[in-house]
Write a protein that binds this ligand. Structure first.
Ligand code: G3I
Length: 379
């Protein structure tokens, strides 16, 4: 067969395979597969926001429809000293989101962690009065939210204020202002941008005690006439925790309380947890021991199979409840950038996300794309 015919045949094969793939409706990227169901998002770190990490930025552009600031909008980053605001990274983050048509979430206005010491001290170094703390909260929230008015579409207004037993975390905000600090944070955020969605965000949300506490807090905010649009379930999970049943029970309880549900920081550690009770409390850390880092050379197929089933089981819940699940965000693009490599034990090799250390989609990505397509067909 002369050369011309061989080339034609090869071209035809390539085209046909391409057409076949598309013709089966098999989307190539996550955002296309989940379009019309819920936003599929990721957290952006400094390397991505500054454009340094071009490879993973390409993945963000191709696969994700939403972004959240991993660190650049936290209090210590935005206002490291009283009255000194640093918006450089946050500006670049928002510009990136707008340029790429992404749903932008700001994280996080009020959190007990990453708050510079000055926030709670007066000029003599004593604890601030209620009035001063309220003024500082109002100034911080109003300045930050106003700057991105109409551009940041949703804010994690308060992060991790409820304990596993449903009681309020005894943070410095709570110790000085009681639960009013939560109401004030939502009030100030809404006053600064009435169009923005407002969220409460927390981890270990499958825990029945925390579920009860969060539902009570949502009701408290609504009874006070304050806007709260959604509860963010961070979803920092493991191979065998939390139970799907408890997680779904929490999803249902939050929806029944009259708010949407967002999965805000999903990752799935394959590593042993020295202490299951630490949830995602960033302050926890444990001594490195070799036995706690079993997959430094790579992930065995047997473990990867469980990893894939867990991701698929949770996405099955999100698809089942897509009437009130409005966003599913993973906490980073590739395994190498995940906070889980360093928490709660520093120096480990984890595999918690959907893309590998070379920014290649893991097999689970295609499986989730297929799962979304099949779910649409079933409906
Ligand atoms: O940017 C500095 C760098 O200049 C410095 O050299 C380096 C070493 O000190 O620190 C870098 O800052 C670190 C930052 O991550 C960026 O890598 C901070 O020390 C470190 O504390 C910070 O950790 C973040 C953590 O929140 C605390 O803010 C993690 O990246 C981030 O993934 C994690 O995310 C939290 C959510 O905000 C809330 N939910 C739990 C989740 C996991 O803890």
């Amino acid at each position: 067969m002369e050369k011309k015919k061989i080339v034609t045949l090869m071209l035809g094969t390539i085209l046909l395979s391409g057409v076949c793939t598309e013709s089966y409706g098999q989307k190539k990227h996550l955002k296309d597969a989940f379009a019309g169901k819920f936003y599929i998002g990721t957290a952006l770190n400094q390397g991505q926001i500054t454009g340094r990490d071009a490879a993973s930025i390409q993945v963000v552009k191709e696969d994700f429809s939403a972004i959240v600031a991993e660190n650049c909008m936290k209090i210590e980053s935005i206002q490291p000293q009283e009255g000194v605001f640093n918006f450089d990274l946050a500006d670049q983050f928002v510009e990136f989101g707008e340029k790429n048509g992404l749903f932008i979430t700001g994280h996080t206005l009020m959190w007990h962690s990453q708050v510079p010491a000055w926030f709670f001290k007066d000029s003599q170094g004593n604890e601030v009065t209620k009035e001063v703390l309220i003024e500082r909260m109002k100034k911080h929230i109003t300045t930050l939210v106003t700057r991105y008015k109409g551009r940041v579409k949703g804010w994690d207004v308060v992060n991790e204020a409820i304990e596993d037993d449903g009681s309020y975390r005894k943070s410095r905000f709570f110790n000085i202002l009681g639960e009013d600090f939560i109401k004030l944070a939502f009030q100030f955020a809404h006053e600064a941008d009435p169009s923005a969605e407002l969220y409460y965000n927390d981890y270990s949300m499958a825990n029945p005690g925390k579920r009860k506490g969060v539902v009570a807090m949502v009701k408290m905010l609504k009874e006070a006439g304050l806007r709260i649009d959604a509860v963010g379930m961070q979803c920092h999970i493991g191979l065998d925790y939390p139970s799907l049943t408890e997680f779904e029970a929490s999803m249902e309880a939050f929806a029944a309380a009259g708010v949407k549900v967002m999965i805000t920081e999903m990752d799935l550690t394959v590593l042993p947890m020295p202490n299951q009770r630490v949830g995602a409390d960033v302050s926890a850390n444990f001594e490195y021991q070799k036995k706690q880092n079993p997959y430094a050379e790579g992930l065995p197929d047997s473990v990867n199979a469980i990893f894939e089933k867990r991701y698929s089981d949770f996405f099955g819940l999100f698809l089942k409840h897509q009437d009130y699940v409005t966003r599913v965000t993973v906490w980073g693009v590739n395994d190498g950038m995940s906070w889980r490599n360093g928490w709660p034990v520093r120096g480990r090799t984890d595999y918690p996300l959907l893309f590998d250390r070379a920014n290649k989609p893991k097999p689970i990505v295609n499986k989730l794309i297929q799962q979304a397509a099949n779910y649409s067909k079933k409906k």
